[in-house]
Unconditional design. Structure first.
Lengths: 324, 327
């Protein structure tokens, strides 16, 4: 891979992130009267206090360039402002607390969905038109049409409220902390099962559908015909010749999807009240906590841009034609 | 991944596409081309099944009153709270005592209307950007494609979540534009603004190939202006693609509307399916095992999204030279 390709891709990503920061700034200045409006909620404020606060916050300076420059500077320093809902806690702290629950849930779900989705898609595509293909691809299309909460709510009705096998919501049983290490862990696992199943099912469809069409395309390639002509068994042609080549487009999809891991499966987290970034997004939305929303958007955008960059570079390695 | 971002849209349907009368000797006229397309579409069972489902829901959306009477409100609710299905209420009632069958049928109108309007915006923006960028080319093309790529990378669903309350703050939640309530309008605009990029990419690549054809050169030589050429010569040749893309976008729009409504951005006075499910979640229906509150709207959402995807995939295979040619 040429160094020029690498430099160009990195520069593009840096530019995109910069553009996102600027978009973020203007998005939240578009609102009428904000952020002064937050101040003016208190009718007892004297004009003098308002003036002083405006000065302290730098709101007396012009929007461009002073306020913009100040915003960009503090953003790159890692200062994302303060939450409105959580009583002035720094946004980075608010988001940080919700980070791991989401990464564990979505990370595990991605791993399961990628494994299952690729296998189902590959086998369905290889035996195109067969019974497995029809069942597998049909199921995938149906799952692909289901939002997370449409998968999660029936799971709660059946396995939590109905059979009572799993808890309906949360990540831990409150007040159960005294029992000691191992039972706390099992409690966590019991809470994890249903959300994990929901997100996994929601993700499988996309992977399996794309893998299937990728395998179908690969199957028509000359090298697959050659491998067959050499007398290699059908299963081995699939495993050693078709599958690795069909993985090429999948690598991009997987890398890009991993960028979304921090964003969480918002509606899945809401249904199970999982204390991750997804529920935080919805809580911040209903409280109109713009600094937190802004922070989540920024974090997710950066992750997605970086994931795209990784995808491009990986693809350049795997398929040198792209990078030349 | 919450929204349908990746490209299974591009993937072939469950069954292979039959060859169709492709190699006919005479160049088919436009009417024959249409008949051929319809013929090939009917031969695809999956696309046809999707079309039938959509026809049923379209009828429900056009005249819900005919089937279940006017939309029930808190005041006109006919049942008790959370009644399971019975002869009086075939699909039970919600926590306010409203008949679920009534709500679900009326939800069709709201969900499909929002989906339709969002699709129109998405396709209009995407088509204009794609055609202009592809036809004019040069610096304008590079600039427009930069913007497109930016929107392709952005996590559009979270952007939509942020944009919706901001837009509501600006225009005011009580406002009505063209008789549509602001809350719904904001959802429409937000879906449109965040999902046009794919369409413009797809259309631009087709325009690039169309504009090299002889009849475009001929039009240019006899002095046809740029705008007229795009309208009269380029547009008709990418309209196939626009139709296929519009159907696929419709699926995404209904899906996104449902999700946005579920997390609280919907309009309580205009219960779309997502809004009903949001109310069900708020009322604790899953924990109360009130399956009749969840199943009807959920099944409808899945059926409609699935149907649009099936029809869109079938049309895409038939109409899009790129995906059709690979088999």
């Amino acid at each position: 891979m040429s160094a020029r390709f690498l430099v160009r891709k990195v520069a593009q990503s840096a530019l995109t992130i910069f553009a996102i920061v600027i978009l973020n700034f203007f998005l939240f200045r578009m609102m009428p009267g904000s952020p002064e409006r937050v101040l003016l909620r208190n009718p007892n404020l004297s004009q003098r206090v308002i003036e002083e606060t405006r000065k302290r916050w730098g709101l007396d300076k012009p929007l461009i360039p002073d306020q913009l420059v100040a915003y960009v500077q503090s953003t790159f320093r890692g200062d994302l402002g303060y939450s409105l809902k959580f009583r002035g806690k720094p946004v980075t702290e608010v988001i940080g607390e919700r980070f791991w629950p989401t990464v564990i849930l979505i990370g595990l779900a991605e791993a399961l969905a990628i494994t299952a989705g690729l296998l189902i898609g590959a086998y369905a595509g290889w035996r195109r038109g067969g019974a497995f293909d029809r069942a597998g691809n049909g199921m995938s299309l149906i799952l692909y049409s289901m939002p997370y909460f449409v998968i999660g709510m029936p799971l709660i009705i059946i396995f939590a409220a109905g059979l009572g096998w799993f808890p309906t919501s949360g990540m831990t049983t409150s007040g159960g902390g005294s029992a000691g290490g191992i039972s706390v862990f099992f409690d966590f696992l019991r809470h994890l099962v249903l959300p994990l199943a929901t997100v996994t099912l929601g993700l499988i469809g996309g992977y399996s559908i794309l893998m299937r069409s990728s395998i179908i395309e690969t199957r028509a390639e000359d090298y697959v015909t050659t491998a067959r002509a050499k007398g290699i068994t059908d299963g081995r042609v699939l495993r050693t010749h078709a599958f690795p080549n069909a993985m090429l487009p999948m690598v991009t999809l997987i890398a890009i999807n991993l960028g979304y891991v921090v964003g969480g499966a918002i509606t899945a987290e809401v249904v199970f009240n999982w204390p991750g970034i997804g529920t935080l997004t919805v809580d911040a939305l209903s409280a109109r906590d713009y600094p937190v929303l802004q922070g989540i958007f920024l974090l997710l955008s950066v992750c997605v841009v970086v994931a795209n960059l990784v995808a491009d570079i990986l693809y350049g390695f795997l398929d040198p034609r792209v990078a030349s | 991944m919450t929204i349908v971002t990746t490209d299974p849209a591009r993937s072939p349907g469950p069954r292979g596409e039959p060859g169709g009368p492709r190699g006919t000797a005479i160049r088919p006229s436009r009417l024959r081309g249409l008949r051929e397309t319809v013929g090939r579409f009917i031969a695809r069972t999956d696309g046809l099944a999707g079309a039938v489902i959509l026809a049923v829901f379209t009828v429900l959306a056009l005249m819900p009153e005919l089937f279940v009477g006017p939309l029930e409100t808190v005041v006109s609710a006919t049942g008790a709270s959370l009644e399971p299905p019975s002869a009086a209420h075939l699909l039970g009632t919600d926590e306010l005592g409203r008949d679920m069958l009534n709500l679900t049928v009326h939800g069709a109108r709201i969900s499909m209307t929002i989906g339709l309007l969002a699709t129109i915006i998405t396709i209009a923006v995407g088509a204009v950007v794609g055609i202009v960028a592809g036809y004019i080319g040069g610096k304008l093309d590079i600039g427009l494609m930069r913007v497109t790529d930016f929107f392709l990378v952005l996590p559009t669903f979270v952007l939509a979540i942020i944009l919706a309350p901001i837009l509501l703050d600006i225009i005011g939640a009580e406002a009505e534009i063209l008789g549509i309530r602001a809350t719904l309008l904001v959802i429409v605009v937000v879906i449109g603004l965040t999902s046009w990029a794919t369409t413009s990419r797809v259309i631009r690549s087709q325009v690039l190939s169309v504009k090299e054809r002889m009849f475009v050169d001929r039009a240019r030589v006899i002095g046809t202006g740029g705008a007229r050429t795009m309208r009269r010569h380029i547009l008709p040749n990418v309209v196939n693609l626009i139709v296929a893309q519009a159907v696929l976008t419709f699926a995404v729009a209904v899906f996104t509307e449902t999700t946005l409504a579920f997390i609280g951005l919907g309009d309580p006075f205009a219960p779309s399916w997502g809004q009903i499910l949001s109310a069900a979640q708020a009322a604790g229906a899953p924990g109360l095992r009130a399956w009749w509150y969840i199943a009807p709207p959920a099944v409808c959402v899945v059926l409609v999204v699935l149907a649009f995807t099936l029809v869109g995939n079938a049309l895409d295979d038939i109409l899009n030279p790129k995906s059709g040619g690979r088999r």
